[in-house]
Design a protein. Structure first.
Length: 207
């Protein structure tokens, strides 16, 4: 069963609604005990980096997530700030992240952006996968996904980058490492592409 982590950050109901339409069972997990029922986890997130990390620490979910992802090696998918907290640090805040990736979170360089308002980067954007992957089956890259963010995930190891996009400059918008995945965009706002991505995650197996 897929757990959607409820720590006061993210569009959890919108995410669950998509899985319900796909006839895939999910539940909201707000305690470490809840995660013991899960085979996979979705870690959503909106807002500020430090706020998200504070909530994960206060709820006891940080240690539980570490165990689920790094010890049990079960699949985890992070969305927006749920991706960003997988980095070691963020320019947006002072707290350390989960550190699952050798990465930091950086603010877009506004001098390279021709649009106004320059930030946040908001709306639909084409994507450029770096490889074929089961999570990207039936994804229309030209249609892309819906973004809303001012900070991006700077993966220090190019092998971790799954998808790139362009906004003023090329940037990493999705990463993967074994059982862990993170997406800067919002699948729950991305119509058929988002539905297919969630379906692919539900069907994904490391075996």
């Amino acid at each position: 069963m897929i757990a959607i982590v409820d720590y006061g950050s993210g569009n959890i109901q919108a995410i669950q609604n998509i899985f319900t339409k796909l006839k895939i069972e999910t539940f909201f997990a707000s305690t470490p005990e809840d995660l013991k029922r899960a085979d996979k986890i979705i870690l959503p997130g909106v807002g500020a980096f430090d706020e998200a990390m504070t909530q994960l620490e206060k709820s006891g979910m940080r240690a539980a997530l570490d165990h689920f992802a790094m010890v049990e090696k079960k699949p985890v998918l992070g969305i927006c700030v749920g991706l960003q907290v997988m980095a070691k640090s963020s320019d947006e805040g002072e707290l350390p992240g989960l550190g699952w990736f050798d990465a930091s979170v950086k603010k877009f360089d506004e001098s390279k952006i021709d649009f106004k308002p320059k930030l946040p980067h908001m709306g639909w954007n084409e994507i450029e996968p770096t490889e074929s992957h089961p999570l990207l089956n039936d994804i229309d890259c030209e249609k892309g996904f819906y973004f809303i963010h001012s900070y991006y995930f700077d993966a220090h190891d190019p092998k971790d980058v799954l998808i790139k996009a362009h906004y003023g400059d090329d940037f990493c918008c999705a990463v993967r490492k074994d059982n862990i995945f993170g997406f800067q965009f919002h699948p729950e706002k991305s119509h058929s592409n988002g539905i297919n991505l969630f379906k692919n995650f539900a069907e994904f197996s490391l075996c």
